[in-house]
Design a protein around this ligand. Structure first.
Ligand SMILES: [Cu+2]
Length: 221
C-alpha cells in the first residue's frame, strides 16, 4: 500500500516537473531580444546611451545588485553605469593617491571623503534617477549613474549599438537617455513577443569636453 502511494507521488512529481519544463520552454520561446542603434542626426554612432525597457505592468524582477565604479588614472571608469534600484556600488581607488567622491544629485546625495584603496562599504543607490558623480580633488572627473526600476537595460558601445536579451513577452516603454543629450527624447511604446526587434533612434549629444589633466607631481594631484 505504502509502496503504491509512493509510486503515485513519484509519478505526480514527474508530471509537475514536466509541466514546469514545458512552461519554462514556452516562456523562453516567447522571450524577446531588442537591439537599438543610436546615432546623431548627422549619422555618428552615439556611445554611452542608456536604453531602458520599463514593463508597462507587473512588478519588475530584481537583477544584479552589485556594481563597481573605479577611480583610475584620475578618471571614473566607467563613465556611465546603469543599475537597478537597490544596487550597491563599490568605489575602489586604483590610483596611488587619494580621491574624494561625491554627489549632490537628489536621487543620491553622498560623499566618500579623501580615501585610498577600496572603501569598506559600498554605496547603495535606492532611488531612481540620474546621479552625477564628481571628485573634490580632481575637478574634471565626472561620471553618471542612471538608477532604474527594471532589470532590462544596457548602454550603447562605441558602435552606437546596444542589445538587450531575454526580455519576457509584454508591453514596454523604451527609454533613451544620455548624460550629454541636447534634448530629452520621448519614450516609445513597444510590444515584445519572441524574436528580435531592431530599432533605430536619433539622439543629439554634445561632445565630451576633453580636459588636459595637470602633471601628476603638481600640487599633489
Ligand atoms: Cu579624484
Amino acid at each position: 500500500m505504502a509502496d503504491r502511494a509512493g509510486h503515485q507521488t513519484g509519478r505526480l512529481t514527474l508530471r509537475l516537473i514536466l509541466a514546469a519544463l514545458v512552461l519554462a520552454l514556452a516562456c523562453a520561446a516567447d522571450a524577446a531580444s531588442v537591439t537599438v542603434r543610436v546615432r546623431t542626426p548627422a549619422g555618428t554612432p552615439v556611445e554611452d546611451a542608456a536604453v531602458v525597457l520599463d514593463a508597462v505592468s507587473g512588478v519588475p524582477p530584481k537583477s544584479r545588485r552589485r556594481a563597481t565604479i573605479e577611480q583610475r588614472n584620475r578618471d571614473f571608469v566607467p563613465y556611465l553605469s546603469i543599475v537597478q534600484k537597490g544596487t550597491a556600488i563599490d568605489f575602489p581607488n586604483r590610483d596611488p593617491f587619494k580621491h574624494h567622491v561625491y554627489s549632490f544629485s537628489p536621487a543620491k546625495v553622498f560623499e566618500i571623503k579623501l580615501y585610498a584603496g577600496k572603501p569598506a562599504n559600498p554605496v547603495v543607490f535606492d532611488e531612481t534617477g540620474v546621479v552625477a558623480l564628481g571628485c573634490n580633488i580632481h575637478d574634471w572627473m565626472e561620471a553618471y549613474v542612471l538608477v532604474v526600476d527594471t532589470p532590462w537595460f544596457a548602454k550603447t558601445g562605441a558602435d552606437g549599438v546596444v542589445r538587450i536579451d531575454r526580455v519576457p513577452a509584454g508591453a514596454y516603454r523604451l527609454r533613451l537617455w544620455h548624460p550629454r543629450q541636447k534634448a530629452a527624447v520621448a519614450d516609445i511604446g513597444i510590444e515584445l513577443r519572441g524574436a528580435t526587434r531592431h530599432i533605430d533612434l536619433a539622439l543629439d549629444v554634445a561632445p565630451r569636453a576633453i580636459v588636459a589633466k595637470p602633471p601628476l607631481d603638481v600640487g599633489g594631484y
